[in-house]
Design a protein around this ligand. Structure first.
Ligand SMILES: Nc1nc2c(c(=O)[nH]1)N[C@H]1C(S)=C(S)[C@@H](COP(=O)(O)O)O[C@H]1N2
Ligand SMILES: [Mo]
Length: 259
């Protein structure tokens, strides 16, 4: 059972959305050219520093009213992971799911959905902007990531939070790779950054990242990891993927995808 949201999930017409035609975030900049990469990397660094200067760390993304919910919440990227560990959990409606929180923390954690739902929850109606140029508005419910981090006790040396996902994506030249993402601790502790288990009053649908996905409301869609299986707190991103901090970042997208 996935908590009080569970009984309402079938009332939602959202399941139909998973049959919509899908497209990935295909990137014309996949160039391996190191010069292109170097320019992108320094531009990214500039963007990050400029935006960090301009954005107060607690400025909120706009929140909408229930009548403004713009649906369907179009599923994108992975929408139906076929990885066996994921399928095994899904078959039991994620009853034995555990989120692990490890790395630079004083108390590594392993939390069930019930554990997460027993913590204070936050709901917010926000706009999701995909880098491909479409957006949706949905209500998200989940546990503030900051509370989970406090429970684990983040070490002073830590700078980033890495999200490791269940879903494997095909990747032409380097073989299949699991989706992953990362954000800095400022965004991780932002009041609207939540580990969402609910969407529009129902349990989070598989297409949108069940059982748990990240909402980082001031950033683009690809930052919002779905199918999160583990969180690692760290001072460096080099050990993950190709070292750029995320599946799409490794393919040329900005790490700091502020909107
Ligand atoms: N694990 C995982 N998370 C992911 C993706 C993915 O393919 N796998 N796609 C990203 C992209 S590009 C977008 S726009 C959003 C889509 O979220 P949605 O399916 O709820 O619309 O999820 C992001 N998080
Ligand atoms: Mo996206």
């Amino acid at each position: 059972m996935r908590g009080p949201l569970h009984r309402r999930r079938f009332l939602s017409g959202l399941a139909a959305a998973s049959t919509l035609p899908l497209s990935g975030c295909f990137d014309p900049l996949v160039a391996n050219d190191s010069q292109v990469r170097g320019v992108l990397a320094s531009a990214n660094d500039l963007t990050y520093r400029a935006q960090r200067l301009l954005l107060g760390s607690d400025d909120l993304a706009r929140e909408f009213s229930p009548t403004e919910i713009r649906q369907p919440m179009r599923p994108n990227g992975s929408t139906n992971p076929q990885d066996e560990p994921y399928l095994a959990l899904a078959r039991q409606d994620f009853a034995s799911y555990r989120l692990s929180i490890t790395g630079a923390v004083q108390r590594p954690l392993s939390l069930s959905l019930v554990d997460l739902q027993a913590m204070p929850a936050r709901s917010q109606i926000t706009r999701h902007d995909c880098v491909e140029g479409w957006s949706c508005i949905a209500e998200w419910t989940g546990t503030p990531l900051g509370l989970v981090l406090d429970r684990a006790g983040v070490a002073p040396s830590a700078r980033y939070v890495v999200f490791l996902c269940f879903d494997t994506l095909a990747n032409g030249f380097a073989g299949p790779i699991r989706y992953y993402e990362s954000i800095d601790l400022l965004d991780a502790r932002h009041p609207q950054t939540i580990l969402a288990y609910g969407m529009n009053g129902t349990a989070l649908p598989v297409a949108n990242g069940a059982p748990l996905r990240v909402r980082v409301e001031r950033q683009l869609g690809y930052k919002m990891a779905k199918y999160v299986r583990a969180i690692v707190v760290t001072d460096s991103l080099v050990a993950y993927g190709e070292g750029k901090g995320g599946f799409w970042e490794d393919r040329g997208y900005d790490w700091f995808a502020g909107i």
